[in-house]
Design a protein around this ligand. Structure first.
Ligand code: ATP
Ligand code: MN
Length: 412
């Protein structure tokens, strides 16, 4: 009996020793690596960062401008941009891969079914294209890579692949954006969607089931804002959206969803792909025989604010769509440094010299990360010349610690 008990004790001691060794030699070093290397901060040594920054400055200085290839690619090949911090832990990612895939597999089936019946109802003569689902498709990889700190990892190949897709893939569906739908009472689009939209925009869906927010070119690129315009009625420029994405990436914020320019065929890519008959009612042929359309929204959406193809083709920006609000909720937060939207009014920050201090003591800015994030956004808006940041959006999942989305840069 005594022998049996001693035997069991020996087993327990041996197993504990093995477990202890495993924790000490394998698990603990792994934990140390993770604790030591923060995802957003490879703060190794300031001196070398200063040196790297001056190398970058040299790369983009006029002296090296004779470089023939893409200057952006040249810049992003610098090792400062290719340093890859450790992968974020699963709880720092926005989405769970399995659930996201399951969700989309179901959605794509119902989406194809709905579109097919609409196509039949309309006696559609054009070829019907089913949306496909592929795990490696860039929009899905983009969604799966969204983390607490950035919309995409620093040297992610997914960004280039996504830009290539949104500028070339066949468009199979066009619809109003959620805020236009909220305006028309068609959607219960969660807290962030307000019937706003001073900018004509549409959601376009591609053959790979990816989506993008389309903002058409509204005036010539070289048109300057007339001096008498207040900033809150300033032009909205599709190319400002594109430039803002690139600058945000250069600054390593990575908080603007990838945006690409594209020539869109108003008739084929929008009118014939319209997901609801309501959208088709806003199209008309102009006296110059160009195909035009306008949007239904609060302010500038009458026919005189329509945009027209030439006769079918129009340039615009396409911003890669973020994960749906129904499974990655976001909310909109008023910017404490909002500009006044009246001719004469002033906001509190313009009159109260201690406003900054009071904001610092207010939730959520008592969180230093949130305060720094809003300062980043102010720097970004200063550089792009955007005075229209009335709200910003955040992913609800990350609470006060998460990134601020730099959406809506058309007035940059
Ligand atoms: N890439 C995107 N993915 C998902 N949603 C987007 C994207 N871009 C914009 N949105 C959503 O559409 C809303 C309206 O877009 P945006 O602010 O760019 O247009 P707007 O016409 O300027 O609107 P507003 O008048 O409210 O400023 C945004 O608040 C955001 O919720
Ligand atoms: Mn706007």
């Amino acid at each position: 009996m005594l022998f049996l008990r001693r035997d069991r004790l020996l087993w327990v001691l041996t197993l504990s020793a093995l477990l202890g060794a495993d924790i000490y030699f394998h698990l603990w070093p792994e934990i140390q690596v993770r604790l030591g290397r923060d995802w957003d901060c490879d703060c190794d040594n300031t001196a070398s960062h200063v040196e790297e920054a001056s190398t970058i400055a040299a790369m983009i200085s006029p002296a090296t401008m004779d470089y023939n290839g893409s200057k952006l690619q040249h810049l992003f090949s610098h090792h400062l941009y290719t340093v890859q911090p450790t992968k974020p832990p699963a709880h720092h990612l926005l989405l769970n891969a399995h659930e996201t895939i399951r969700y989309h597999r179901k959605r794509i089936i119902s989406f194809n079914r709905r579109r097919r019946s609409h196509h039949v109802d309309q006696n559609g003569t054009s070829q019907f294209i089913n949306a496909d689902f592929d795990f490696y498709t860039p929009w899905l990889q983009f969604h799966l890579g969204i983390s607490k700190d950035a919309l995409y990892p620093r040297s992610s190949p997914v960004v280039e692949q996504l830009l290539e897709k949104i500028s070339n893939l066949t468009i199979i569906h066009a619809d109003y954006s959620p805020d236009d739908k909220a305006l028309n009472g068609e959607c219960d689009c969660s807290p962030i969607v307000k019937p706003s939209g001073t900018h004509l925009k549409l959601v376009l869906r591609f053959q790979d089931f990816g989506k993008a927010m389309f903002k058409p070119m509204k005036q010539n690129r070289e048109d300057e804002t007339p001096e008498d315009f207040f900033y809150f009625v300033d032009f909205q420029r599709h190319n400002a959206e594109i430039a803002a994405f690139h600058l945000d990436r250069i600054l390593d914020f990575r908080r603007v969803p990838p945006v690409s320019g594209r020539l869109i065929n108003v008739t084929e890519d929008i009118f014939l792909a319209a997901g609801n008959s309501e959208l088709q009612t806003v199209f008309f042929l102009s006296p110059a025989d160009n195909v035009c359309f306008f949007s239904k929204c609060l302010y500038m959406c009458k026919t005189e604010y329509a945009v027209c193809g030439d006769p079918h083709i129009i340039e615009g920006s396409l911003s890669a769509y973020l994960p749906s609000l129904s499974y990655a909720p976001r909310h909109s937060v008023p910017n404490p440094w909002i500009r006044s939207y009246t001719f004469t009014g002033k906001e509190e920050w313009e009159m109260n010299p201690s406003y900054c201090d009071s904001v610092k003591h207010l939730h959520p800015y008592t969180n230093p990360r949130r305060l720094l994030n809003i300062i980043d956004m102010a720097i970004f808006d200063f550089l792009i010349g955007n005075m229209d940041r009335h709200h910003y959006e955040i992913f609800t999942k990350f609470g006060d610690d998460g990134l601020l989305l730099h959406l809506d840069n058309a007035r940059g």
